[in-house]
Design a protein around this ligand. Structure first.
Ligand SMILES: [Zn+2]
Ligand SMILES: [Zn+2]
Length: 334
């Protein structure tokens, strides 16, 4: 593990009429226990999760279901309280309404974004290799590390902004970009059923402009100028790659079946967002641990009450209440 396990954030009251979901229940020991005990419970908890996940799948009488379905059932067993499917998960009235708002136009935007982003990424990677020099090794490593940290911070900022402010009713951005965040809180397992395009389309879109700018520089600057700016370009490239992969990493943090071993290894080493770590965010009212790329910044930002600080400023300036729209969707049970 690269970083110490996160300490317990402050206990939060549940909104009236809202179930915490098993995300909250499962996070319970992590929220309440001591650091040392949490480490041990972590190991045991993994096994318990898996067996509960299997139990969930078996309870539905489908010993041999498709891998995706089993995965969803396992995750559902994790995150939905028993007998409360109308209040939580895929059958929640708000979740169904939000899922229906996923349009063909949105799908097209995602496809274009994914194709552009991965084309530019491959082009830039190939060209970057030619400007690497051994004498820049240290600054390149620092650049890559800083890029990953920045990506984690940006993931937190975007996630916090979309979770906390705005509404699905806003023109264009509401249905296209705020809707998935609302859906994720009331149906956290939906993301495990999204394909690669739906999972990564929006992040790819955000990365296209910086990657296009970088491609332009790589073909237009002189070799000497490129050697000089190589650590900076490595910073931008690492930032773009990790920002692009953020929602894929987030999806893995909700997936309890069939993950490749290298993914669980990266999660266990806390190089990417670990599953237990992300559950802290899924405790209603979803007001902390917003960073979802590596999660490295979650503890320090919680410690300095960074998100609360920003919310107080914005509430003071606009009079808007944080997470009002998120609460509205969570309470929509008809
Ligand atoms: Zn969230
Ligand atoms: Zn999540």
């Amino acid at each position: 593990m690269l970083l110490p396990p996160p300490p317990p954030p402050p206990a939060r009251a549940l909104a009236p009429g809202i179930s915490p979901g098993a995300g909250a229940r499962a996070a319970g020991p992590e929220l309440q226990g001591e650091a040392g005990r949490r480490e041990r419970q972590g190991e045991e908890g993994e096994e318990e999760e898996d067996s509960r996940g299997r139990a969930g799948a078996m309870a539905e009488g489908a010993p041999r279901r498709a891998a995706g379905e089993a995965e969803a059932a396992a995750s559902a067993a994790q995150e939905e309280p028993e007998g409360a499917c109308a209040r939580w998960g895929a059958q929640h009235a708000g979740a169904r309404e939000l899922a229906e708002l996923y349009s063909p136009g949105k799908r097209l935007q995602e496809w274009i974004s994914v194709i552009l982003c991965f084309s530019l990424m491959s082009f830039n990677f190939y060209n970057l290799l030619f400007c690497l020099r051994p004498e820049h090794a240290f600054s390149i490593i620092v650049g890559i590390f800083a890029g990953v940290i920045t990506a984690d911070f940006v993931s937190g900022l975007v996630h916090w902004g979309a979770d906390t402010w705005g509404s699905v009713d806003l023109p264009i951005v509401g249905k296209a970009f705020i809707r998935p965040f609302r859906e994720h809180h009331i149906d956290p397992t939906a993301i495990t059923r999204h394909d690669f395009i739906e999972t990564n389309g929006d992040n790819c879109m955000l990365a296209v402009l910086p990657l296009a700018n970088m491609a332009y520089k790589l073909v237009s600057l002189s070799p000497e100028a490129l050697h000089q700016s190589c650590p900076w370009e490595c910073y931008v490239f690492a930032l773009a790659v990790f920002a692009t992969l953020t929602n894929q990493i987030h999806k893995w943090s909700h997936t309890y079946f069939g993950l490749p071993r290298w993914v669980t290894f990266l999660q266990d080493c806390h190089i990417i967002l670990p599953r237990k770590h992300h559950r802290i965010h899924h405790v209603s009212p979803h007001e902390t641990y917003f960073c979802i790329t590596t999660g490295w910044l979650n503890y320090p930002l919680e410690k300095i009450r960074f998100w609360r600080f920003l919310e107080n400023i914005i509430q003071g300036l606009t009079g808007e209440k944080p997470r009002a729209d998120d609460m509205k969707w969570a309470q929509k049970i008809k």
